[in-house]
Design a protein around this ligand. Structure first.
Ligand code: SAM
Length: 254
């Protein structure tokens, strides 16, 4: 079943997505993890597959990337060459693959696209079902107590991206944060300085607290191993930018 309640307009232009979101400090964190666990690896909400490709290239492990967005997956397939990466269009809250994985990851704050507790539990249960006993799941979300996004604003300039040949892109954003639901609705305008063309997209993000995430992981059967506050594996504090979870499917669940 393909669920379509998510606004995917942010992911309509994969080349621009990669320009705005190149691999950063998370790359070393996840590569170290793959070195520890081995494969096969499941990259949940893999987007353009930058990290999936990197994991396959560095360790030769088989990687399956799942994502809902057809343009992101098409770009990922174009870039994957001979690497042992398979891309599947699927909803991470409801998927069924024929393999069990040693490691599942979900990064790029894709977890924040899970807007309700039911979304999160469905995601956790699906991932759990696809892990080998003892298999690991790692994902991150922005720390609500330290994120500037947890606020509302009318349309505001936020960055200028050089995009050679095709002109620079001026990005602006408007945010509407509902603190009762911890849900942010946002709209982004991207204007090309050369052509004057404007692309408008939007989305929703949820900002769960550490306690809420721990409770939902437990409900899905996961054992929480570690929570980090940044990609250097420092402990989580109120000021940490990220909340990074490493959890395990118990060996007893055979
Ligand atoms: C912010 S991007 C992150 C992509 C990639 N993991 C990265 O680090 O660049 C979020 C991705 O989640 C995908 N996505 C959102 N909701 C999804 C769902 N329910 N099932 C599968 N993919 C989903 C989007 O299509 C998008 O590619």
């Amino acid at each position: 079943m393909m669920l379509t309640d998510i606004d995917l307009s942010e992911y309509d232009d994969p080349r621009h997505y990669d320009l705005e979101n190149p691999l950063g400090a998370e790359k070393t964190f996840f590569l170290d993890l793959v070195e520890e666990t081995g494969g096969p690896v499941l990259d949940v909400a893999c987007g353009t597959g930058l990290l999936a490709g990197e994991m396959a290239r560095c360790f030769g492990v088989e990687v399956t990337g799942i994502d809902l967005s057809a343009p992101m997956l098409s770009h990922a397939r174009d870039m994957s060459g001979d690497l042992p990466v398979t891309y599947v269009q699927a909803d991470c809250r409801d998927f069924d693959l024929p393999e069990w994985y040693a490691l599942a990851i979900m990064t790029g704050h894709a977890f924040q696209n899970m807007i309700t507790d039911d979304d999160v539990i469905s995601l956790f249960r699906c991932v759990y079902k696809h892990l080998q006993p003892g298999g690991h799941f790692a994902f991150e979300t922005r720390n609500p107590s330290a994120s500037a996004l947890v606020s509302s604003c009318s349309r505001t300039f936020y960055r200028r991206l050089p995009r050679s040949e095709e002109g620079a892109i001026i990005c602006s954003i408007a945010r509407d944060y509902d603190s009762s639901q911890a849900v942010l609705d946002y709209k982004v305008w991207r204007e090309n300085t050369e052509t004057g063309q404007e692309r408008v997209s939007g989305g929703r993000l949820r900002f769960l607290t550490d306690d809420e995430i721990r409770g939902l992981l437990k409900r899905a059967g996961f054992q929480l191993q570690l929570v980090y506050g940044d990609w250097n594996r420092d402990s989580l504090t109120d000021y940490s930018p990220e909340m990074i979870y490493l959890c395990q499917k118990p060996y007893s669940d055979m």
